[in-house]
Structure formats: structure tokens, C-alpha cells
Ligand binder design. Structure first.
Ligand code: ADP
Length: 231
């Protein structure tokens, strides 16, 4: 009787093939994700006169059926297996992408639409690393998800994130959390090395407006920007 059965899978990630622009910002808690998403929202609104309907901002977990379960588990502080929790995040992301009524893919099919995502594929292996989960497997099972046109990783060292979180939360936090941030940071580092084209590393320890300028310099190269498109 054999004790193992081996099988090798290969993954191929497809970059957003739709006319809408899909941008994601990855990073640790406190690295400035929400801040930069807001700056990019302002950029699209002011520079291209985007109305609310043309920009969709995604924050995970979502309010969809799978996201609602995650919120329910986290809010109540229920005991949940770490792998199961990460799979729930993946399920939430899958529905958020593919839901035929509200999904990102449907939205991206309209030229000129923009999706700004606060975390996406890489956050699962990165945060799963806190519990020592298999990062390659967590990346592999998401290989059917389209990749954004741009995924930026806001690189901010864990102790700086911690300082910012403490300031934001009026000093309430725990040492234990720094260890979590360090593990998640190592997780992001692993992904950057393993699939270098997945994310663009951005030095997130600079002033907010310098970072936004950097992001915009990449985004301005996109052929999908208004003005470069026929509306
Ligand atoms: P996240 O969404 O990644 O948790 P936030 O955008 O909420 O992070 O930022 C965390 C805190 O750090 C906020 O108080 C924010 O004002 C501050 N912050 C964000 N970006 C910077 C930056 N580049 N330099 C200094 N402080 C920042």
C-alpha cells in the first residue's frame, strides 16, 4: 500500500483581459492601503471626472454571502481553523469577482470603469503565513482569478506599521500583533521573490503624497485610462 500519491500542478495567471482598469494595493495593516486607495479615488474623480458609478472600491472581507460569514466569525471571536478562515477569504474573493449581478468581472466589462481593491490574491498566503499555512498552495488555488492590471505592494516595515496602528488606535495594541505583522511581512516577501511579476514594490515609508505620485506614474502608462480609450 503506498502512503502518498504525487501529482504536480502548474499555475498560469491571466491578467485582466477586460477593458476596465483593475488596481489593487497590498500591504500590512497600517501600511497605508486605505489612505492610498482614497488618494487614487480622488485622482480618478478629479483628473478624469469620474462619477461614483464608474469607480468600485473593494475592501475585503466584502458584504457578500461569504464575506458576511467571515465578518460574523471575526466579530463574535469564534474559534475557527486557520486554513478554513483563509479558504473563506478565497471564497469571498471568488464570489466578489464572479457574482453575475455585482461581480468585479461584470463591472470590468464596461470600458472606463475602475476597480480599486484593498488587498487581493497575495494577502491570503501573506496573512496565512501567520499560522504557518502553505503559501504556494494558497497561491495556486487562486490561479483561476484574473490578476489586476496593477498590484502594488506598499512596503512598510512591521514596526513602523505598528507605530501607525498604535497612533490610529490611541495606543491600544499588543506585542503579539507585531509578531503577526512580521510573519505577514515575511509572507509578502516570499511572494515577491517567488512570483516577481505579481506585485510592484513601492516604498511606503515616504510621505503620503510621494507614494501616490509613484502609483500614478505607473497607472498613467495604462492604455485603459480615459483619454486613451474611446468612450
Ligand atoms: P491600512 O489601511 O493599510 O491599515 P491606513 O491607510 O489606515 O492603513 O493607514 C494607517 C495609519 O497610518 C493612518 O493613521 C494613516 O493616516 C497613516 N499613514 C498612512 N500612510 C502614511 C504615510 N505614508 N506616512 C505616515 N503615516 C501614514
Amino acid at each position: 500500500m503506498t502512503e502518498r500519491i504525487n501529482h504536480t500542478f502548474t499555475a498560469e495567471y491571466k491578467i485582466n483581459p477586460y477593458p476596465g482598469l483593475f488596481i489593487v494595493i497590498e500591504g500590512l495593516d497600517g501600511s497605508g492601503n486605505s489612505t492610498q486607495i482614497e488618494c487614487l479615488r480622488n485622482y480618478f474623480t478629479e483628473r478624469f471626472k469620474y462619477q461614483k458609478g464608474g469607480i468600485q472600491v473593494i475592501k475585503e472581507p466584502t458584504y457578500g454571502p461569504a464575506g458576511a460569514s467571515i465578518n460574523w466569525v471575526l466579530r463574535r471571536g469564534l474559534t475557527i481553523d486557520d486554513q478554513t478562515l483563509q479558504l473563506m477569504f478565497i471564497a469571498d474573493r471568488s464570489d466578489d469577482l464572479l457574482n453575475e449581478r455585482t461581480g468585479i468581472v461584470k463591472f470590468l466589462k464596461t470600458q472606463g470603469n475602475v476597480v480599486l481593491g484593498d488587498r487581493y490574491i497575495a494577502s491570503t498566503p501573506a496573512f496565512g503565513n501567520i499560522a504557518g499555512l502553505d503559501k504556494d498552495w494558497l497561491l495556486f488555488i487562486q490561479s483561476k482569478f484574473i490578476l489586476p492590471d496593477y498590484t502594488f505592494f506598499l512596503d512598510v516595515k512591521p514596526h513602523i506599521c505598528m507605530e501607525r496602528i498604535n497612533k490610529r488606535n490611541n495606543g491600544i495594541d499588543r506585542f503579539e500583533k507585531l509578531e503577526h505583522l512580521e510573519k505577514a511581512y515575511q509572507g509578502y516577501g516570499y511572494i515577491m521573490r517567488k512570483i516577481p511579476d505579481l506585485m510592484i514594490g513601492i516604498d511606503g515609508e515616504r510621505p503620503i503624497s510621494d507614494i501616490t505620485k509613484d502609483l500614478i506614474s505607473y497607472i498613467e502608462k495604462s492604455p485603459k485610462l480615459p483619454g486613451k480609450l474611446h468612450f
